[in-house]
Structures are given as structure tokens and as C-alpha cells.
Design a protein around this ligand. Structure first.
Ligand SMILES: Cc1cc2nc3c(=O)[nH]c(=O)nc-3n(C[C@H](O)[C@H](O)[C@H](O)COP(=O)(O)OP(=O)(O)OC[C@H]3O[C@@H](n4cnc5c(N)ncnc54)[C@H](O)[C@@H]3O)c2cc1C
Length: 400
């Protein structure tokens, strides 16, 4: 049986071992930091299947889409409703629509109250719950085995997750199935579910409301910033929050899983997925005409012929601009390069384990409610051409 108790950075919690165990002796259980790890019961027959299936214990010999001429795109959906419910430009929804229909199974991360877990839904019409990034490690539950059953039954399946989850699923399913479309993300890393819940509790206390719903990267009618979260209280009140404690810890790389940060094995250019999606970073540098756009954009990187077959349909439903893989690498280096994990991450977790509430107030500054000023509201309503002229006017005035 795999033993991650000594070297936790070698387990990304994908659950391939859990799904593959022939005697179901593996359980995925949270450690004291709140990350899931496999543990085996005495039923273990030492067949070592878990080791063979683990993409870290037995590194991959597959080469993703290496032989294929990759293409990269900056894209945004033409539908406002889809853009609004998506973290970036709605690439995930549009890819699902291009690949699937009402019978297709779509698997992605959804909220279960304040917990994040992977679920399968039937039909592209029902994917709203999967949309938007949840920057918390998603519990894979039993979806690998479910997906295998769907594929055996001849269904088409889309799976979207972090690069390590996709690597685990691909290893579990074995040979690439023509009915399975794999989408991965450019991933900063995943944070702890336990830390997330403690941060939400501290917000509940601060705003004197019991928070029952949470949304990362809340959007208004017009794209403003990635750094607003929306919380919903049990009395139905909704509030936009800036300086959210969870996001502070996440962005400072303090609450990441040990296998993320500088330890990720899957942050590489040759992905095992068919398509990689992400934010399009540096949009005004690569496409100056998109400066001040009222929407934010997705990166779409196509790695395989299967992904490429969707391109024509995507072009109908999205506004797409072709760019180079180097544009993506320059502005979004987490596509292919390691990041770091905070040098004091373990100090934060030591504090957190001994006193959850105390650690949140010690390591985070206080959150505040965000309200758009009347100037901001008018600014959002102005057409782009007027916004650009106003900016030029102000810049000229300052340069005198
Ligand atoms: C943990 C995490 C870290 C990320 N880090 C970066 C980054 O550093 N740079 C960058 O450019 N982009 C990053 N992204 C991707 C980005 O936030 C958007 O998800 C991506 O641009 C897709 O947006 P969209 O508008 O196409 O689709 P959306 O509708 O926003 O689709 C989101 C998709 O992401 C999946 N997803 C959401 N939360 C999770 C989760 N916790 N675990 C696994 N899958 C999840 C959902 O299943 C859904 O399929 C990250 C996403 C996540 C979840």
C-alpha cells in the first residue's frame, strides 16, 4: 500500500488508488491540515495496484499531445449569461456545449454547501453548478469509478479538473477513450477545505450572519477584478467581500496542499489532457485592442486532435483570437513552470492546528464589505470608446 505519511508532497489526493483498489480497502481521509490522503484498512492484499496506478509513484510514459501541433486562443463566450457564471471567459461551458448534448455526462467541481467536491451531471444544460473556480481542494468522491461505468455504457463524458486530477483519471481509465474529453486547468494549487471553513466561520462572526453560500470571483455586469467574493447568509442576504481571509492565505501560498506550489509534477507544457483552460493573462499586451474590455477572457490551449475537432463549433459560440503558446507561457508561466510554496507555510499550519480561530486573525487582515461607488457604477456603464478617451485625457493631464 502507498504510504504518504512521510512524504505528503508525493500525494495530490486524486483518488486513482482509491478507485482502483480491487478489495476496496482504501479510504480517502482528511489529515489535520484538512487535505485528503489514502489510508488502507487491514483488508489490503498487497497487490500493489495502487502503486502502479498512481501517476507519481509510477511516473507517466504517455506524452500527451506531443506529436500534435498545439494551438492557443484567447476567447470569450458570446453569451453574457455564460460569461457571468464563469470565472474567466466561459471556455469550460462552451467546450462542454461543443462536445456534448443532453445525454453527455459532465464531471466537475461543485459546491455541496460550503464543501467542494466533484460530481457528474447529465446533459450540458445542467452544468451551471460546475461553473466557476472554487479555489479549495475538491473531494473526488467516487467519480472515477462512475466515469468508467458511463464510458462502458457508451456515454460521452467530459471531465474537468486540476492537472493532477486529470492525470489520475487518465491513468485509471487506461487507454484514451474516444468518448472521454479531458479538460485541465492552469493551476496555482489547491487550498485546504478545513482552512476554508475556518475562514468562512470568521466571516460569519465578523458580519454577524451565518454564511451558507460562497462564490469566488464574483462578477458584476462588467469585469472589474478577480478579487471579490460573494457570501450568502441563511437569511438570504448577499454581500461582496474584499480582502477575504481565505483568498489572502491562498494567494500567499500559505494554505496550499504540500503537493502543489513547487512540488507539482503536472505543471508541464505537454499535458495529458485534450484541452487546457485558464485565465487569459496579459490580454492588453498580447491584444492591445482588448484593453479595457468589459469582459475577461479565457486561455484555451488545444493539445489533441480530439480537442481540435471542437474548434469550429467554439468559433461559432465564442469570440476567439489566435495567439501563440509562447504568449501563454510569457504571461501565465504556471502553464509550464513551477511556482513556490510559502517558506512559512508550515508555521501557518502549526498555528492553525493548535488554534483555528487565532491563526486566521493572526495571519490575515480583516475583510471588508465592498460597495461600488457611484463613480464606479457610471464608469462601468460607459461605452469602451469613451472609457479609452477619458483615460487618455487623464494620462495627458498627468504627463504635463
Ligand atoms: C484551484 C484552481 C487554481 C487555478 N489557478 C489558476 C492560475 O493560477 N492561473 C490561471 O490562469 N487559471 C487558474 N485557474 C483556472 C481559472 O480559475 C478558471 O477556472 C479557468 O480559467 C476556467 O474558467 P472558465 O470561465 O472557462 O470556466 P468556469 O465555468 O469558471 O469553469 C471552471 C471549471 O473548473 C473546475 N473547477 C472549479 N473548481 C475546481 C477545483 N477546486 N478543483 C478542480 N476543478 C475545479 C470546474 O469543474 C469547472 O469545470 C485555477 C482554477 C482552479 C480551480
Amino acid at each position: 500500500m502507498l504510504d504518504f505519511t512521510k512524504e505528503k508532497s508525493n500525494c495530490m489526493g486524486c483518488s486513482a488508488c482509491y478507485a482502483a483498489c480491487p478489495v476496496q480497502c482504501i479510504k480517502m481521509e482528511p489529515d489535520e491540515e484538512g487535505f485528503l490522503y489514502p489510508t488502507a484498512s487491514p483488508k489490503c492484499i498487497h497487490c500493489e495496484k495502487c502503486k502502479r496506478i498512481c501517476p507519481i509513484a509510477t511516473p507517466n510514459v504517455e506524452e500527451g499531445g506531443m506529436a500534435f501541433q498545439k494551438s492557443a486562443w484567447c476567447a470569450v463566450t458570446k453569451k453574457y449569461r455564460i460569461w457571468k457564471r464563469s470565472a474567466s471567459g466561459g471556455a469550460f461551458s462552451e467546450i462542454c456545449k461543443a462536445f456534448g448534448d443532453d445525454e453527455t455526462i459532465i464531471c466537475g467541481a461543485a459546491w455541496d454547501g460550503l464543501r467542494v467536491h466533484h460530481v457528474c451531471v447529465k446533459g450540458v444544460r445542467n452544468i451551471a453548478a460546475l461553473c466557476k473556480s472554487k479555489y479549495v481542494a475538491s473531494n473526488p468522491e467516487n467519480v472515477f469509478a462512475e466515469i468508467q461505468q458511463y464510458l462502458k455504457g457508451g456515454k460521452k463524458v467530459v471531465f474537468c479538473g486540476t492537472p493532477c486530477q486529470v492525470a489520475g483519471l487518465k491513468r485509471y481509465i487506461g487507454n484514451q477513450d474516444k468518448n472521454l474529453l479531458l479538460i485541465d486547468l492552469i493551476c496555482h494549487g489547491v487550498g485546504s477545505q478545513k482552512v476554508f471553513e475556518a475562514c468562512v466561520n470568521s466571516l460569519s462572526k465578523q458580519f454577524e450572519n451565518n454564511i451558507v453560500g460562497y462564490e469566488f470571483r464574483a462578477k458584476g455586469r462588467v469585469y472589474e477584478t478577480d478579487h471579490l467574493q460573494k457570501i450568502t447568509s441563511d437569511n438570504g442576504n448577499k454581500l461582496l467581500v474584499q480582502n477575504d481571509p481565505y483568498m489572502q492565505l491562498f494567494l500567499k501560498q500559505l494554505s496550499l496542499r504540500p503537493s502543489c506550489g513547487g512540488n507539482c509534477h503536472f505543471r508541464i507544457e505537454n499535458r495529458v489532457s485534450d484541452i487546457t483552460i485558464a485565465d487569459f493573462k496579459g490580454v492588453s499586451k498580447v491584444f492591445p485592442k482588448l484593453y479595457l474590455s468589459k469582459r475577461n477572457f479565457s486561455s484555451i490551449i488545444i493539445h489533441t486532435e480530439k480537442g481540435n475537432l471542437l474548434l469550429e463549433q467554439l468559433k461559432k459560440n465564442m469570440v476567439m483570437y489566435s495567439c501563440t503558446i509562447d504568449d501563454i507561457k510569457e504571461h501565465n508561466p504556471l502553464f509550464y513552470r513551477q511556482t513556490w510554496i510559502a517558506h512559512n507555510r508550515d508555521d501557518f499550519f502549526a498555528d492553525f492546528i493548535s488554534n483555528e480561530k487565532g491563526a486566521i486573525s493572526k495571519w490575515c487582515c480583516e475583510a471588508s464589505e465592498y460597495k461600488l461607488s457611484w463613480k464606479g457604477k457610471i464608469w462601468c456603464l460607459l461605452p469602451n470608446i469613451i472609457r479609452r478617451q477619458l483615460i487618455r485625457f487623464v494620462q495627458k493631464k498627468h504627463s504635463k
